[in-house]
Design a protein. Structure first.
Length: 257
């Protein structure tokens, strides 16, 4: 079972930490509610989060959905509870984020140069490159191996082509650069940069159809919650939309050491 930690308003005769099972879109979570008020001392919050983590771990929870801007990861790690990963969701949204990022800058998608760099060929990479190739005429793929087979498959099945093995200058000057893994040798001066390996990059504007949206709890980290629901098969990838690429800090990231 996956956990979910939520803040709650302190109340008279109310437990500071309470645990219960909670169904979200028919998926079971172990929900830890932690009392936090505007004047709650930090030391008290750390103790309460530690207590919640200890109790969740005893119930078999090793991953949890956390509130946005959660600052008590150390207390969770101490008891072996880690945040739900958002990497898979970020990579599913790569093509949509590229399209939106180009639109924000007034760049025509037909003539845009899209570069994708990864340390290895994976199913997530194949999916993203396929979607990008169907939307954009110029897609560059930088991957150590496996690119030739993907190139042949895309040409055979869809009639589209990839440019394999772009050099450093081509990656730096692409209108959009999609990074599945860090590149410490690149310096971006303009364009859209999506560091899909960076779970700290804000995920803005994630939403579901209204009928599902109203059934989500308030206060939960949306990226982590939607990632957990997608992983469990409760949601389909097409049900998740994003109205904007990751936060502005990611837009012109400088990727040099």
């Amino acid at each position: 079972m996956i956990g979910i930690l939520l803040w709650k308003e302190p109340g008279i005769r109310q437990k500071q930490v309470s645990l219960s099972e909670r169904n979200i879109l028919h998926m079971r979570f172990l929900c830890a509610e932690v009392a936090r008020g505007p004047r709650t001392p930090e030391a008290s919050l750390r103790r309460r989060v530690s207590s919640a983590a200890k109790r969740m771990r005893k119930m078999g929870v090793t991953r949890a959905v956390l509130p946005e801007d959660f600052a008590y990861g150390v207390q969770l790690e101490k008891y072996g509870v880690r945040p739900v990963s958002t990497l898979a969701l970020r990579r599913r949204l790569a093509s949509d984020w590229v399209r939106q990022g180009l639109a924000e800058r007034g760049i025509s998608p037909g003539g845009a140069r899209i570069a994708v760099s990864a340390a290895q060929m994976t199913g997530e990479l194949v999916r993203a490159v396929t979607e990008l190739s169907l939307r954009h005429r110029y897609v560059l793929l930088d991957v150590p191996y496996g690119g030739e087979e993907l190139c042949r498959r895309l040409r055979r099945e869809y009639g589209v082509s990839l440019l394999l093995g772009p050099d450093r200058e081509q990656l730096e000057e692409a209108d959009a650069l999609v990074l599945f893994d860090p590149r410490t040798d690149l310096r971006r001066r303009s364009g859209v940069t999506l560091p899909l390996y960076d779970e700290a990059a804000p995920m803005r504007g994630l939403s579901l159809p209204p009928a599902l949206e109203e059934r989500l709890p308030e206060g939960a980290g949306r990226g982590q919650l939607l990632s957990a629901l997608l992983e469990a098969g409760v949601l389909r990838s097409g049900q998740v939309s994003a109205s904007a690429p990751p936060g502005p800090a990611a837009a012109n990231t400088v990727l040099n050491a």
